[in-house]
Write a protein that binds this ligand. Structure first.
Ligand SMILES: NC(=O)c1ccc[n+]([C@@H]2O[C@H](COP(=O)([O-])OP(=O)(O)OC[C@H]3O[C@@H](n4cnc5c(N)ncnc54)[C@H](OP(=O)(O)O)[C@@H]3O)[C@@H](O)[C@H]2O)c1
Length: 259
């Protein structure tokens, strides 16, 4: 049985990945949809032309990692696509954020993604693809989004190194690094603080970001960066980061306002 495994399938870019893979990748016979909101995944499942299995797991609870391993050992599928889209961010100074949120981002964004890659690898074959959702936040440390940006730097670094390790196997890993995207992400991120206004100027369409990500994965690219503005940001991030951080502080008004 050839399957696609998608974490964060209940909304945003995970949901969009499910729909686009269903339409574009003939080889997939079954989807495994992972997230907490069962009813959302049932609604997505009803739109698919392939079979699907809904796994309502909380990836903040590490017992979900062993449940996934156990299921693979029982079913022994071939994983054609693994999409790690589950993730969340909380805006605010580290000193102001609840500890639970800081550690939750590390668990879902880093530990779950690492676990799902590691556990999936023995079930991947030539032409299998891994799509890991990092972020343009991976390119530069982000004050008031510090933990989130650091988790995404991990995802970018991990995915690029994994892709090198996979050379010659026919299986590849792609890090997806979008800037701000119009999904539920910011509603959740803003429960602890407001996003800087300039980010609204760069909001991308999730369908377009995922379309590019799937094409880049098929083309075996290590990095998928949607849009000219984020490609420019990537180039800019090669400049001395201390200087860039001062500019960022000024744009967000915090340093200029004297705090
Ligand atoms: N939107 C952006 O601006 C943006 C930019 C760059 C990168 N990203 C990254 O892209 C990925 C997708 O984000 P999105 O924009 O599509 O956001 P979204 O609409 O909020 O989707 C996030 C997904 O992650 C799942 N998730 C969160 N915590 C979970 C947990 N504890 N257990 C299981 N699933 C969990 C959610 O499912 P449940 O709530 O049902 O569990 C949801 O399906 C994330 O990794 C995000 O960091 C987003």
């Amino acid at each position: 049985m050839r399957i696609a495994v998608i974490t964060g399938a209940s909304s945003g870019m995970g949901r969009e990945s499910v729909l686009q893979l269903n339409d574009e990748i003939e080889a997939i016979e079954e989807f495994w949809l992972i997230g907490r909101r069962q009813e959302r995944m049932e609604a997505i499942s009803a739109l698919l032309t392939k079979r699907s299995r809904i796994l309502s797991w909380d990836l903040g609870d590490e017992s979900s990692f062993s449940a996934y391993g156990e299921l693979l050992r029982t079913e022994r599928p071939e994983i054609v696509f693994l999409v790690n889209a589950a993730g969340f961010g909380r805006i605010g100074q580290v000193s102001e954020l609840p500890l639970e949120d800081c550690l939750g981002m590390c668990t879902v964004n880093v530990r779950a993604l690492t676990a799902f890659c590691r556990i999936s690898l023995p079930y991947m074959a030539r032409r299998s693809r891994i799509l890991n959702f990092a972020s343009a936040a991976a390119f530069l440390p982000q004050p008031r989004f510090a933990v989130y940006a650091a988790t995404k730097s991990y995802v970018l670094s991990f995915t690029r190194a994994l892709n090198q390790e996979l050379l010659g196997s026919g299986c590849t890993a792609t890090a997806v690094c979008p800037g701000p995207v119009r999904t539920e992400f910011f509603e959740r991120a803003e429960t602890t603080g407001e996003i800087p206004l300039y980010k609204h100027l760069f909001m991308a369409d999730p369908r377009k970001v995922v379309r590019k990500a799937v094409i880049d994965a098929v083309l075996q690219k290590e990095l998928s960066v949607y849009g000219l503005s984020m490609q420019l940001f990537l180039a800019l991030s090669k400049l001395p980061q201390g200087l860039l951080l001062r500019v960022l502080h000024c744009i967000t008004g915090r340093e200029c306002a004297g705090d």
